[in-house]
Design a protein around this ligand. Sequence first.
Ligand code: AMP
Length: 463
Amino acid sequence: MGTLRALFNIRFLFTSPHGTAAPTAGGQPPPFQLRLFGARNWTWKGLRLCLTGSSSDARSTTTTATIMDEARAPAEKANPSTSSAVLPPTTTTTAATTPGGSGSDVQGALPLRHGHELPFVAPSSYLRPKAATRAMAEKASSPLDKEQMQGLRGIREFLKVRTSYDVLPLSFRLVVLDNDLLIKKSLNILIQNGIVSAPLWDSRNSTFAGLLTSTDYINVIQYYCQFPDEIDQVDQFRLSNLRDIEKAIGVLPLETVSVHPMRPLYEACRRMLKTRARRIPLVDTDDETGRETVVSVITQYRILKFIAVNNEQHTMLLKKPLKELNLGSYTNLATATMSNSVLDVIHLMVKHNISAVPIVDQEYKLLNLFEAVDVIPCIKGGAYDELSATVGDAISKRAEDFAGIYTCSEEDRLDSIFDTIRKSRVHRLIVIDDDSRLKGIISLSDVLKYVLLFGEEDDSIRA
Ligand code: AMP
């Protein structure tokens, strides 16, 4: 496949992440370079599209970030405090030697092996309140509740006056895949670029064609399981066949949602919650051609990080302990053990419509976490038959810079969770007790939902 084929200059509004969009000094929008890689004879096969920004604003030359890479990128190297929060592997629990386990959906356990003992990361304990008696908590509940609501209202107001565009770094790269690309090849492109999703582009109609995520690969795996004789056909599937795959396996197609980058961030958040999308593409219309343009993709993580970094005066008011917030899931948790196959865990994720499964031993102590994005390297090169490998094996092949698993206790507070999000690349927190036993799971969608919707009726009454 060829490499560079074209270099364009496109017009673009430029904005600081902390302000509204505005042309740069002198009133001229800065040049953005749109670079197309991998196009073959202009058929856009295996298209890799890099959108890089530059402007007269000195800050833009110092910041480079990858918008698409949200879940599996290296821990933020710019923030040494993240790695210092990682506990050594010796803090993980001892291996289970007998099968079975309380509450585990998938039974069976193996001794803990080298590579399985990945580190846990806990929110900053210095922010954790000292254990309070129930009487003390009740006595203080009223001011605490008021302060909590004040914090939530402040964050909501902030989301209403900021746009989705504000969340984007000053300079970024965007990988867009042509809908005609073979699914097998798309996997390699994601892995090579260290990303876990990409917008799809229909080059025949010049339209945005949806977002490729790990859920699509899980659908292909389900198709393979239901029609094992069609492995040759599976190999020939293109990204444009993903909708046919959904129909064949009987899953509802994901709603193709997008938002305009200049709409309030609050709108993107509401749309994400409504559709259960964990990421949402920002789609604009080109003034000259009238065609759709995918500007970038924003994720729940990116939004919560934006709040954590820019709205600390309100996140610091969220001081109620998690156990009083009903935030996250604490019952019917889907879990697995190290000896379960990757396929078992994938079926579990599909059944519960979740993106991560905690891995526990027979005492229900947390050992690790298998995430939907972990599926991508497992099927690299179309190796669907390797899905019978154990979760333990799959996890041991993770990149060395894997950020670790983030844990918290029910005594933790949302302010310390935002503090962790501010410093680290967190996608979910596993709630454990003092003995590392699994208590619950808090995903970013839980946090976003709470931040946007808790007490909303009260809010609208006051408004
Ligand atoms: P997520 O898939 O991480 O966006 O989570 C979607 C919802 O499922 C959230 O309310 C989570 O609290 C919940 N959830 C996530 N993982 C699990 C799990 N392993 N078992 C039960 N519920 C979960």
